[in-house]
Design a protein around this ligand. Structure first.
Ligand code: PFF
Length: 457
């Protein structure tokens, strides 16, 4: 029997391990890189409020549904849907998830490469005496490359493939459990410094002042897409991870704790970044470079800033790496369980696919990049991979998962599994969840989607 077969599947060893591994998938570049720059581009507080609502009414119910699907079947996303409704088309939702995971990895590996590169630069002391102008110039240099960003992207993908080839337990558990709390602590240190910079209040005002006149239909879709991206939803990652869950896991609790902790990390990252942006007179809507331009500046204002900056980029690269582990686990579990490919071979095949296509993203980030002039409908490869996955495929995947859990599965089956075969008292909670999942989540998803494509106003 080869290692990919269901009987020999490994799993997480305890409830804590489940929580940290799931959090390790959620917390990543989404919190530290994507969240702040999208909040910045979309006008601040009002966007943030919509984002919170998306997490509450769409994110958490879908996360619980994915947990159910993964843990009852102990299978990969495609296999799980096949087992629950054999002979139907539902398995294609799993396959769509495999596609989404590739699209995300193509650009995620590029940004993770920048983070590794920034760690290397921080170690070399490249940020000593940094000013706003040099911070911008350094970022532009890193992005345009062309060789170094590709090299770092290849390193990232190699690291991820190596960890995965070593197996679920040893690979994922050990790293996430120890280092997540440290990252949290370091961001708080960053916050304290950022909040005491001159002009910090303006940054906080930007982040928390709700002004709906700043909010467009496109921004609402972006907030929704960000909620999916952040919580790793709509593409089978949480189904795949929950297939390794222990049977006594309280899945409502896990979902709530992961959503709250993840949102907290994003907020703390925002609190580190926006006061700095305003204090140094930068543009909040500066785009994907926002993190890379501001963080070296905050640390330059602190005692032991050089060392702390190294620690920051080290921990951020760990967060990016653990999130990538969960992304690539979707196609690897699929290939090994549905297609009979060994995990090691699947890890290598996926690494090659990500590198070959991911390079296109890396070479198209900026107008000055090698492929920067090649655009389709105004977007380059990087932007297309991001837009298609976050704004289209993940919400679409989430919509179908909500329909599947709310209308196709039997209510009592859901309740039986979510209550750990009747051992947990979850009656009230379950009823609220089921109502939201059935009537609110799919309707909200549909409205946002139709609104953003201009069908309803
Ligand atoms: N949630 C991760 C982040 O915010 O960085 C990104 C991600 C990981 C998205 C895994 C999707 C996924 F399946």
């Amino acid at each position: 029997m080869h290692e990919g077969q269901a009987k020999q599947r490994e799993g997480f060893s305890s409830g804590m391990a489940v929580f940290f591994a799931t959090l390790g998938s959620a917390v990543g570049l989404g919190n530290i890189w994507k969240f702040p720059y999208l909040v910045g581009e979309n006008g601040g507080g009002a966007f943030l409020l919509v984002y919170f609502l998306c997490i509450l009414f769409v994110g958490i119910p879908i996360m619980v549904s994915e947990f159910y699907i993964g843990r009852t079947t102990h299978k990969n996303a495609v296999g799980a849907l096949k087992e629950l409704r054999p002979g139907t088309s539902w398995k294609y939702i799993g396959l769509m998830g495999v596609c989404s995971s590739y699209l995300i990895m193509f650009f995620y590996s590029c940004v993770a490469g920048w983070v590794y590169y920034y760690l290397f630069k921080a170690l070399k002391g490249d940020f000593v005496g940094i000013t706003m102008a040099t911070a911008k110039a350094q970022f532009a240099n890193v992005v345009v490359g062309p060789l170094s960003p590709i090299l770092w992207q290849v390193i990232v993908v190699g690291v991820v493939a190596a960890i995965l080839a070593a197996g679920v337990k040893q690979g994922i558990e050990r790293i996430t459990k120890t280092l997540m709390p440290l990252l949290f602590l370091l961001i708080i240190i960053c916050d304290i410094r950022a909040l005491t910079l001159p002009g910090a209040a303006e940054g906080m005002q930007f982040l928390f002042h709700v002004d709906f006149s700043q909010l467009s239909a496109a921004a609402i879709l972006t907030a929704l897409g960000l909620a999916f991206f952040k919580l790793s939803l709509g593409m089978g990652t949480m189904m795949t991870y929950s297939s390794y869950f222990t049977d006594d896991n309280h899945m409502f609790n896990t979902a709530a704790k992961v959503a709250v902790s993840d949102t907290l990390v994003s907020l703390l990252a925002g609190i580190a970044i926006f006061p700095t942006v305003f204090s140094f007179g930068m543009e909040p809507g500066a785009g994907p470079g926002l993190l890379f331009m501001t963080i070296p500046l905050v640390f330059s204002q602190m005692p032991f800033g050089d060392i702390l900056l190294v620690a920051f980029f080290f921990l951020t690269s760990i967060a990016a790496t653990t999130a990538m582990l969960s992304l690539v686990e979707v196609p690897i579990a699929y290939m090994s369980e549905e297609r009979g490919v060994s995990r090691k071979k699947a890890a290598i095949i996926n690494a090659l696919i990500i590198i070959i296509i991911g390079v296109l993203a890396t070479l198209s980030v900026d107008k000055a990049s090698l492929l920067g002039q090649y655009t389709i409908l105004g977007r380059g490869f990087f932007d297309w991979f991001d837009y298609l996955s976050s704004n289209i495929l993940l919400p679409a995947g989430g919509f179908f998962i909500a329909l599947f859990a709310g209308y196709i599965l039997k209510k009592q089956d859901l309740k039986y599994e979510l209550s750990n075969h009747g051992t947990l008292k979850i009656d009230g909670l379950f009823n609220v969840f089921y109502f939201i999942l059935k009537y609110l989540t799919p309707v909200l998803l549909l409205i946002v989607f139709l609104n953003s494509v201009g069908i309803i106003k």
